[in-house]
Design a protein around this ligand. Structure first.
Ligand code: KE4
Length: 428
């Protein structure tokens, strides 16, 4: 039994699935997940001392690479002053001021400890602000595990949703309408039928939880127009895309101004941190100013704030995103070329520092298209790449991430490994 297998066996006795978040259990790809002992730069090292080039980056936060010295030092220094006070601190003000500067659509914001808290709070706030109950989300988009967001499409395209998880009351799920991502027609029909009941639309402005699906410009523009016309709050869930696709996040990349935005991942640099914010008239409905309650013992935690400030200062360096985007594109172009060379139906695309890799001939533009991907071939490819020291997201339906610490030589090693594996896949 390997060290990873031994740890996994122990873990599964006392932690459901042996993991503290389901995707880590490798159930989509099978096998035993490496238990990670440390990370440095673009690499992680498992309990057996094996080194992997990391394209998960803790599902997006580690945009600078692992154990960046400036971030580690900031956390160490903060820790020597105490871990948490349950009282306002200067760091929270500095982080809020920086986020408001970097995200012009946010007049005000509140810090929380996870992306789920950010989106859950934004939904409640939109409902409190509008006095309406209905919300719209899109199939394949994931916004964390708040009850109103664990909902799948109803029987008919425009019928309200059913729970997608045990424990979510049908009475709550029925307030969530689930539409197809990138479908302008469904959006127009939904608002035509239910416009005056809709409190909010929440959307991943670049979808990253059904693998990567890029938005059609018309889709985001129509979203903005319909929300404005019907008085619904447009929430951009930028937990994954925030400071990942560019310094101005997806809203800056596509030139759409949401009413509320949610953040997480990169803004904490690997520490527990999320945020929600937006229009002042909406944010002033949040307690203690207004009637919408929201709270958190560790919200704005000094160590998370220190990591976030250090991270956000470093990503503002000139050329940071040009370099990150170029390396991510080098990866996706290399992988696509390897697929063509070996006659394997493989495509890939990059948006800033995130990428999609699909075992289908062309990048998907919808949930239905991504579900046509060849999952079995992906799983074989995944394990062969893992054995070659290349750590991809353990699911055919997750996006991948590059960090500033990945060098061009690292990227080229990934393409070379993929080339050799695709050649062998072709044989079998
Ligand atoms: P957290 O509560 O996991 O911090 O954030 C939830 C969330 C909200 N919105 C978007 C767009 C997200 O991608 C996420 C979380 N993303 C997943 C990756 N597929 C986190 C990985 C996990 O669940 O372990």
């Amino acid at each position: 039994m390997t060290r990873n297998q031994e740890l996994f066996e122990r873990a599964r006795k006392i932690i459901p699935g042996g993991v503290n978040s389901p995707v880590r259990a490798f159930r989509s790809v099978g096998g035993t997940p490496p238990f990670i002992a440390s990370g440095l730069g673009p690499h992680v090292f498992d309990a057996e001392g094996l080194r992997y080039l990391d394209y998960v980056c803790s599902w997006g936060p580690l945009i600078l690479g692992h154990a960046h010295p400036d971030v580690v030092r900031a956390v160490q220094e903060a820790a020597t002053k105490g871990l948490s006070f349950g009282a306002p601190t200067q760091g929270e003000v500095e982080l809020a001021e920086l986020l408001v500067k970097l995200v012009p659509s946010m007049d005000m914001l509140r810090l929380v400890s996870s992306g789920t808290e950010a989106t859950m709070s934004a939904i409640r706030l939109a409902r409190g602000f509008t006095g309406r109950d209905a919300i719209i989300k899109f199939e394949g988009c994931y916004h964390g595990h708040a009850d109103s967001l664990l909902v799948k499409a109803g029987s008919g395209a425009l019928t309200f949703g059913n729970p997608s998880s045990g424990g979510v009351p049908a009475d709550l799920a029925k307030h969530t309408l689930v539409l197809d991502y990138n479908s302008v027609d469904q959006l127009e029909d939904a608002f035509r039928q239910h416009g005056d009941k809709i409190a909010a639309v929440i959307v991943e402005p670049v979808a990253g939880n059904m693998n990567l699906i890029a938005p059609k410009t018309e889709f985001l523009k129509t979203l903005r127009e319909l929300c404005s016309r019907h008085g619904a709050v447009l929430i951009f869930d930028e937990v994954m895309t925030g400071f990942r696709v560019g310094i101005n996040s997806a809203q800056g990349l596509y030139g759409i101004t949401p009413d509320l935005s949610t953040f997480g991942k990169v803004i904490g640099g690997g520490m527990p941190l999320g945020a929600f914010g937006g229009r002042r008239d909406i944010m002033e409905k949040i307690a203690p100013l207004g009637p919408v309650y929201q709270a958190g013992t560790l919200s704005g935690n000094p160590l998370s704030v220190a990591a976030g400030l250090a991270t956000l200062r470093l990503i503002q360096q000139p050329g940071f995103y040009a370099s990150l985007s170029a390396k991510t594109l080098r990866l996706t172009e290399g992988l696509s070329a390897a697929g063509r060379k070996h006659g394997v139906a493989l495509s890939a695309q990059a948006v800033g520092g995130m990428f999609g890799l699909y075992f289908r001939a062309t990048p998907p533009t919808s949930y239905a298209e991504v579900m046509e991907s060849d999952k079995e071939t992906f799983n074989r490819f995944f394990h062969a790449m893992l054995a070659a020291g290349q750590y991809l997201a353990p699911s055919a339906f997750e996006a991948g991430f590059v960090s500033a610490a990945h060098s061009e030589a690292d990227i080229d090693s990934t393409v070379a490994a993929a080339d050799a594996i695709l050649a062998s896949l072709r044989m079998t």
